[in-house]
Design a protein around this ligand. Structure first.
Ligand code: GLC
Length: 527
């Protein structure tokens, strides 16, 4: 087997830049704040960080409204700060990944200002402009993810432009080769500055139907789903040509900085997700597997999801698993808080690369924020508010959780007593210590990285699987329930506990079965 790349050996840690650490006391996180915390990340044991957008932006949508792809928003720092971040990270053997927002820009972007200035501007075709229907209504029935028509009327040039998200986030026209070239240029810009790869934001959307046909209604739409789920996205997502587009991005990245890594955000059934590794030409190294961010938290559903996923990944492709992101409720909100340890063990014993979302390692719950006070436009417009999972990182129990000296842009949790880095790093039995122990275990047990995944039990409340290879076998036994449970290990084979989620029981001998406490998980090595 080829030696493993850094992103196969380790764990990737997602940082929401505005919420990680504020170094200059304006209530908003920044690049210099991240530099302050690199030693922490090193100590935790992750080996790559992925940063949400910090580019120049009106920041209406967490920076996913980019006004200049090749500059740092002053509120986050400067290009010089960025260069220092890369240098300091690399000095600690930490790689740096950026968010590549390809589907849209901010309306404030110079490209869009030109594009909307007149119908014959050379950049007119860089965005998706269409005439109104005869009755003056939008060109078709497409719905914005945040609700309402995806088309916005421009009174000056008397046409509609397409915006899948906010009307201040116009969609780029990737069928125009100049757009593709300019966007590839932004990848090269950052690779030249030393970044180690990208996470592609919403790549499914980058191409639209050339005939702009109406989407059909979605009969399985449920109350509470995002507004665009009222339609089947037949003409707006995963269009023919998308694989070619992504393979081209990969080729640019490979040529500019061999060894870089590409991740991509998809919400797709596994059989479709895995096509984005690339069939004819290489595409993504890691099409993100986000199933655990929304699957019901019980042994049966989770067991099914990981088994189906592991089976779907083609033999030469590398799996990946994510349990929390900036778009879905935190685990501690979705599950009983006591399940955080089981979740950590599940995530960090998966075959392939796990990603950790900032604050997941200390069990941050987030803060419920009423719709009227939402900063997230999706929250204000649809009620599905993402602010709760984007609140400031809790570094200590002092004012503003050690995130800032100033009132932070989103509130911090009211009970900070134990959910903070300072308290948990001093406690050898904390959730944070468990994360460190699990990351360290992955580093010394190659069977956890590359060994086969063999599912054994998924009968509520128990989930058990075995990771095996090269003569080594580790059993992972997880109790999703609130009661103690006896769980079979392996008939007739002795074993011993390598790690319990409560960080005790080490070396305890096991027989045919082991008694799991409520909400406990254990890794057992078969002797
Ligand atoms: C991606 C991001 C999400 C954002 C959207 C639009 O889905 O993860 O946070 O709202 O793109 O940019």
């Amino acid at each position: 087997m080829a030696p493993l790349a850094w992103w196969q050996r380790g764990v990737i840690y997602q940082i929401v830049v505005p919420s990680f650490r504020d170094s200059n006391g304006d209530g908003l996180g920044d690049l210099a704040g991240i530099i302050e915390k690199l030693d922490y990340l090193r100590w935790l044991g992750v080996n790559g960080i992925w940063l949400t957008p910090f580019y120049r932006s009106p920041l209406e949508e967490l920076g996913y409204d980019v006004a200049d792809h090749c500059d740092v928003d002053r509120r986050f720092g400067t290009l010089a700060d960025f260069d220092r971040l890369v240098e300091e990270a690399h000095g600690r053997d930490l790689r740096v990944l950026l968010d590549f927002v390809g589907n849209h820009t901010a309306a404030e972007h110079a490209w869009f200002k030109e594009s909307r200035s007149s119908r014959d501007n050379p950049k007119r075709d860089w965005y998706l402009w269409r005439d109104a229907k005869r009755d003056g209504s939008p060109p078709n029935n497409w719905i914005s993810v945040f609700g309402g028509s995806a088309w916005e009327w421009d009174a000056t040039t008397r046409q509609f432009y397409l915006h899948t998200f906010l009307s201040t986030q116009p969609d780029l026209n990737w069928r125009n080769p100049q757009v593709a070239e300019a966007m590839h240029g932004t990848l090269r810009f950052w690779l030249d500055r030393g970044v180690d790869g990208f996470r592609l934001d919403a790549p499914s959307l980058m191409l639209k139907d050339q005939q702009f046909r109406d989407n059909p209604p979605n009969p399985s739409y449920k109350e509470g789903d995002l507004p665009d789920s009222k339609q089947i996205p037949r003409y707006t997502r995963n269009q023919p040509g998308l694989h070619f587009l992504i393979a081209n991005l990969r080729a640019t990245v490979d040529a500019a900085a061999p060894g870089s890594v590409l991740l991509g955000e998809f919400y797709l059934p596994f059989n479709e997700l895995v096509t984005f590794y690339g069939r004819k030409r290489p595409e993504l190294h890691l099409p993100l597997n986000l199933a655990l961010t929304y699957t019901d938290w019980n042994a049966d559903a989770i067991g099914k999801a990981i088994e189906a996923y592991q089976r779907s990944v083609p033999p030469n492709a590398w799996p990946t698993t994510t349990a929390e992101t900036h778009d879905q409720s935190r685990l501690a909100m979705r599950t009983r808080g006591a399940q955080a340890r089981v979740a950590a063990m599940l995530l960090l014993t998966q075959r392939g690369t796990p990603t950790i979302y900032y604050g997941e390692e200390i069990g941050m719950r987030g803060v419920p924020i009423p719709r009227e006070q939402a900063r997230d436009p999706q929250g204000r417009r649809t009620g599905r508010n993402r602010d709760p999972e984007r609140t400031p990182m809790q570094w200590n129990a002092e004012q503003h959780a050690g995130f800032s000296s100033h009132e932070p842009w989103l509130p911090v949790e009211s009970d900070l007593s134990s959910v903070n880095v300072a308290a948990q790093s001093a406690d050898p039995k904390s959730l944070l210590s468990l994360h460190r122990a699990l990351i360290a275990l992955r580093a010394r047990e190659p069977v956890l990285l590359v060994g086969a995944h063999v599912q054994l039990v998924r009968e509520r409340p128990l989930l058990a699987y075995r990771r095996e290879g090269d003569g080594r076998a580790l059993m992972v036994l997880l109790n999703f329930g609130e009661e103690p449970r006896r769980c079979e290990v392996e008939r007739g084979r002795a074993g011993h506990v390598v790690l319990s989620t409560f960080l005790d029981r080490v070396d305890e001998q096991t027989g045919d079965a082991i008694e799991l406490r409520a909400d406990e998980g254990v890794v057992v090595a078969l002797d």
